[in-house]
Design a protein around this ligand. Structure first.
Ligand SMILES: Cc1ncc(COP(=O)(O)O)c(C=O)c1O
Length: 362
């Protein structure tokens, strides 16, 4: 279905300023000239989608989202290919995941085609903001908030869906470096029946304190374990986790309702299986990792997510001098999967799975 977007043009950022921002975009600090906004009301459903100038949004102090945290979001990227085309990567998966989150947070589902059309419309409108530098992309942040003005505790009858876009620099500008993880001892990310598999702001709010703890310990990411079993691995603050056995087998925690179903995770699993590698999705424990690293049966480990794609892990550290060191950080399996996936995303390799969708020229 083709959606008609109502456009209100922004005063464009002067070219020199835009090019300056695109030179070294970093992550999440610069934003393009426009945003998509779509209002939903319980009685009438989704209203006409709009492309508006990027600007602060006025929100009533009694809006439900400000009190009960009814908010969900997504993260995906648009990539510029060597032939000049701009593509998005598996956007339908982000749309489906947003709807999964919407169900859990009692927000309305959005038609998958409308989600994709909204992302593509924004990229088309702000196409000059898609960076051309190596490993650079345009990060898209769709999100939904409950903005009914009502303090009663029930699901809101009014919501707004937005898409904003931010040029993103290379995650590893000086070459891929293995990271250290901090094992969260006191805090968990999710519990049975909770919101672990939803991408909602509240999950991230709860992860910030343990993430600060990880930073204070000199680590770059926090590793969470199961709320009922502190040996059982869930995922990182913002990425999924894989262990790699000496025979190339990948092991990753199963989707147990407590972890986020990463689009990168799913893509890695498909790429590995297409290579003939075994992938085990099952419960994974810290003890298994510790023993495997010690006896050499586990050689590599990596984290994966849209922002960084695949990040090799050097070590897992925790309280009381706990440490697991990986025999081969940045090993062959980790780095070749990273290379294959980024090659498909950036168009330097064929896309046999049909994962990329071109954003037609406006
Ligand atoms: C908690 C968490 N797990 C996993 C991921 C990886 O998901 P994806 O590969 O879809 O980016 C993310 C990033 O979105 C995340 O925030």
């Amino acid at each position: 279905m083709a959606y008609e977007f109502k456009h209100t043009a922004a005063t464009p950022t002067p070219e020199s300023e835009r090019l300056e921002k695109l030179k070294n975009p970093g992550f999440g600090t610069a934003f393009t000239d426009h945003m998509v906004s779509i209002v939903w009301e319980k009685e009438t459903g989704w209203q006409q989608p709009e492309v508006l100038p990027y600007a602060p949004i006025a929100i009533d102090p009694a809006s439900a989202v400000l009190h009960y945290g009814q908010e969900i979001f997504e993260g995906l990227k648009a990539y510029r290919h060597p032939d000049g085309r701009v593509v998005t990567f598996r956007a339908e998966r982000n749309a489906a995941r947003l709807n999964h989150s919407a169900n859990r947070l009692a927000l309305p589902e959005i038609p998958i085609e409308l989600f994709i059309a909204a992302c593509h419309e924004l990229v088309k409108t702000d196409i000059d903001w898609v960076p051309t530098g190596e490993d650079q992309s345009l990060y898209l942040r769709p999100f939904m908030i409950a903005d009914e003005v009502f303090l009663g505790v029930r699901s809101a009858h009014r919501a707004r869906f937005f898409v904003i876009a931010s040029p993103a620099g290379a995650y590893f500008p000086n070459g891929v470096k293995p990271i250290s993880l901090w094992l969260s001892g006191h805090y968990n990310r999710a519990g049975k029946g909770g919101t672990g598999s939803a991408k909602c702001g509240g999950n991230y709010a709860a992860s910030l304190n343990p993430t600060d703890e990880a930073f204070a310990q000199g680590c770059q990411q926090v590793l969470f374990t199961d709320a009922n079993d502190s040996d059982r691995i869930d995922e990182l603050g913002g990425m999924n986790l894989f262990l790699v056995r000496h025979d190339g087998t990948l092991i990753t925690p199963e989707l147990n309702g407590n972890i986020l179903e990463g689009v990168t995770r799913a893509s890695i699993i498909e790429l590995a299986r297409a290579r003939g590698l075994r992938v085990e999705e099952r419960p994974v424990t810290v003890s298994e990792w510790q023993q495997g690293a010690a006896d050499g049966s586990i050689q590599e480990a990596f984290a994966c997510g849209t922002a960084a794609v695949v990040v090799p892990i050097a070590e897992l550290r925790g309280a009381n001098d706990f440490v697991i060191t990986l025999p081969q950080p940045s090993g062959e399996v980790t780095m070749s999967l990273r290379e294959e996936l980024t090659g498909i995303q950036f168009g330097t390799r064929p896309d046999p799975h049909g994962w990329t969708t071109p954003v037609e020229a406006a």
